[in-house]
Design a protein around this ligand. Structure first.
Ligand code: FES
Ligand SMILES: [Fe+2]
Length: 450
């Protein structure tokens, strides 16, 4: 038995010669018994085990659509942004035909990254180790001492490995290694309706302001992804002090703020979004609130979205892209081993916003959900706290509870797909249900893939 991972994409035709990787290097574990979506139970080993983590990279990350960047980060050919798909480093760039393409950021010679900058503009990508150089279309531009290689060496076979599918949805660029994925829009399904509440305020779409904030947290990436999919429950307790600071001086947060009614969307793809429902929902930053034309938004998006997912709320697009509509925070939870994640966060604003409104939203996002934001700090602390005890042998064997709202998911007639109450673990159960499904399904790079 062997398994091969054939690189994909136009830029690459890979000679494998006699290389054959033994399948034992990628043993797969049946995870059926680790996730009980019907009973609402989860085995903590999904957060701590190194072999399960490697399997996640192979079977959850490699076949899924993964967020790469925003289209506003690319304006002219050669503009690039470097990021990760799972733990694979990738370069996203605009080629000479103004097509967004993505490549594995690893030299075909000895594997060093060929681009070590976070972002910028370039004519080509030159490896700093021995100087192999690649064009914007991924092909080899030059190889020092090319005469030293045998005649059989064809530089056309040694281009950068290309991500075979890159698609965008309303400015959000996703890529997948899956050679035959279902189209991005289809994989989003009803989730797109909820995403549009943030991405489609008017015809001009969104842009990013400021750079990308990056920080490292101790904790498994799924803790963050599932919280953004399913967890309004923690707000009252975890963020109590922040809510008190943000409420009028000397007063406790209004009852309306801490006991909200709302809905939580979940689907079979593992996506989730929760939001309070109220006719007077508003943007938190005063300048942003004052600028918004809520009547026009009602006209465009409909009452259900303006009174729901337009403003406060949380969401995750499976597996590791999350966002917060109220402050325009979009983020990726990059996995860095079972115990660590790297958070990358952008601020998204409407392109139509004047400068002072953009700035107000940027600062509001920074103060609340920047790396030292009053809410972000609470959340990061929680994930590290939940992760750390799970390393104890006895602790690791004690199941976790995801039973809130069990069996209450339904079509509510106002929001697409299936929703439950705002305070619910429904999207968490769906998230781990999708995780279990992918973990138990051979991916395209495995021999027993059907
Ligand atoms: S590793 Fe890139 S040129 Fe050698
Ligand atoms: Fe939070």
């Amino acid at each position: 038995m062997t398994s091969t991972i054939e690189p994909q994409g136009a830029a690459t035709a890979t000679p494998r010669g006699t290389l054959r990787r033994p399948a034992d290097l990628a043993r797969n574990i049946d995870v059926s018994g680790l996730v009980d979506t019907e009973g609402g139970l989860l085995d903590r080993v999904v957060f701590t085990d190194q072999e399960l983590y490697r399997q996640e990279l192979r079977r959850v990350y490699a076949p899924s659509w993964l967020f790469l960047a925003h289209t506003d980060q690319f304006h002219k050919p050669g503009d690039f942004f470097t990021t990760y798909m799972g733990e694979d480093p990738v370069i996203v760039t605009l080629d000479r035909d103004r097509r967004i393409r993505a490549y594995l950021n690893s030299c075909r010679h000895r594997g060093a990254r060929v681009c070590r900058a976070d972002s910028g503009t370039t004519r080509n990508f030159t490896c700093t180790y021995h100087g192999w150089s690649y064009n914007l279309d991924g092909s080899v531009a030059s190889v020092p001492n090319k005469d030293g290689y045998p005649e059989s060496f064809e530089s056309g076979q040694w281009g950068l490995v290309e991500v075979p599918h890159v698609e965008s949805y309303r400015g959000l660029i996703f890529g997948t290694w899956n050679p035959e994925p279902i189209p991005l829009r289809e994989s989003l399904g009803d989730m797109a309706w909820y995403m549009d509440a943030m991405l489609d305020h008017d015809d001009q779409g969104t842009v990013v302001v400021g750079g990308v904030h990056k920080w490292v947290l101790e904790g498994n990436w799924k803790l963050a992804a599932e919280q953004f999919a399913t967890d309004w429950y923690h707000v009252n307790m975890s963020h109590a002090s922040a809510l008190m600071i943000l409420s009028p001086a000397g007063k406790k947060p209004k009852d309306e703020v801490v006991h909200r009614t709302g809905r939580q969307y979940s689907d079979a793809h593992g996506n989730g979004a929760g939001f309070p429902v109220h006719p007077k929902n508003r943007f938190d930053a005063q300048t942003v609130h004052a600028w918004m034309d809520y009547d026009a938004l009602r006209e465009r998006l409909g009452d259900a979205r303006v009174e729901g997912p337009l403003t406060n709320g949380h969401a995750t697009v499976f597996p590791n892209f999350s966002y917060l509509p109220v402050n325009g925070s979009i983020r990726v939870w990059h996995p860095k081993g079972p115990d660590r994640m790297e958070v990358w966060a952008w601020t998204l604003v409407d392109k139509s916003m004047p400068e002072e409104v953009r700035e107000a939203q940027r600062l509001y996002n920074l103060r609340t959900f920047g790396p030292s934001g009053v809410f972000e700090q609470d959340d990061g602390e929680n994930w590290s706290e939940a992760q750390s005890p799970s390393h104890g042998f006895i602790t690791n064997g004690v199941a976790l509870n995801y039973q809130m709202g069990l069996g209450t998911e339904r079509e509510d007639g106002r929001h697409p797909g299936r929703t439950s109450e705002l305070y619910s673990d429904a999207a968490g159960r769906a998230f781990y249900g999708r995780w279990r499904e992918l973990m138990n399904t051979p991916a395209w790079h495995e021999e027993n893939h059907s």
